[in-house]
Design a protein around this ligand. Structure first.
Ligand code: PGA
Length: 249
């Protein structure tokens, strides 16, 4: 059985000093555990500090929340994937709904970012998810599978076999509303079937995470749902004790 993945997305919270004291607390609460994978996505500016704090914990991975699709150049305010790697990241979060819907990043940009991540030696957690009006129109699976297919369109099958997917319904992110475990299973199963076309028998190794208002109260029931291989957590990851207890689920 593959290991469950617990990914914390700090979003625009916790600068370097706060990240340092957060991780001190977290590491006390969370001894090394071989049966699960924990990933932190701090703000880019806190990556180096986080890498230093985690230097004796190779069981914990570090990722960047967003990358530019070019390696370097005149892109004020952006971070290249190679720089993220240099700062200690081994993963990039790509296609998060806040990137798609606040910053207007579409499928094409998402696909370019996935390719840029691999070019720099990072793997990817690719986020997909429908808006409430898309769910109401019964187009959830069509939207999610379109985002999935275009997101991986510039990757080789061998690269696709190394990514993780995060299904995050937009209406559930930061709202206190979660998808039911049944809703999550239905979408995750559709994602799994679609991946089968690209990577055939290797597709069962690809973790499919659920995200959107995950909390200490609902983490266990979501993780028990078939096809839910892990959690991507925003708000409830900002407190180190709460996050340690979720990551021990
Ligand atoms: P949330 O965010 O847990 O605060 O809903 C999840 C995410 O956006 O990754």
């Amino acid at each position: 059985m593959k290991k469950p993945v617990f990914a914390a997305n700090f979003k625009m919270n916790l600068g370097p000093q706060e990240t340092r004291s957060y991780l001190q607390t977290f590491l006390k609460e969370f001894p090394p555990a071989e049966d699960r994978t924990v990933i932190f996505f701090p703000p880019a500016i806190s990556l180096v500090v986080a890498g230093f704090a985690l230097r004796e914990r190779p069981d914990i991975m570090l990722g960047i929340q967003n990358i530019h699709w070019e390696e370097k150049g005149a892109f004020t305010g952006e971070n290249g994937a190679g720089m993220a790697r240099d700062a200690g990241a081994t993963v990039a979060l790509v296609g998060h709904s806040e990137r798609r819907h606040i910053f207007g990043e579409g499928d094409e940009i998402t696909a370019k970012k996935c390719a840029a991540a691999f070019k720099a030696g990072l793997t990817v957690v690719l986020c997909v998810g429908e808006k409430i009006e898309e769910r109401d129109r019964n187009t959830t699976q069509a939207v999610v599978l379109r985002q999935l297919k275009s997101g991986i369109s510039r990757l080789t099958p061998a690269q696709v076999a190394q990514i993780a997917i995060a299904y995050e319904p937009v209406w559930a992110i930061g709202t206190g509303r979660t998808a039911t475990p049944e809703d999550a299973t239905a979408v995750h199963s559709a994602i799994r079937r679609s991946l089968r076309d690209v990577v055939s028998n290797r597709n069962t190794e690809i973790p499919i995470l659920y995200g959107g208002s995950v909390s200490k109260a609902n983490a266990e029931s979501l993780l028990r749902a078939p096809e839910v291989d892990g959690l991507l957590v925003g708000g409830a990851s900002l407190d180190p004790e709460t996050w340690a207890s979720i990551a021990r689920t």
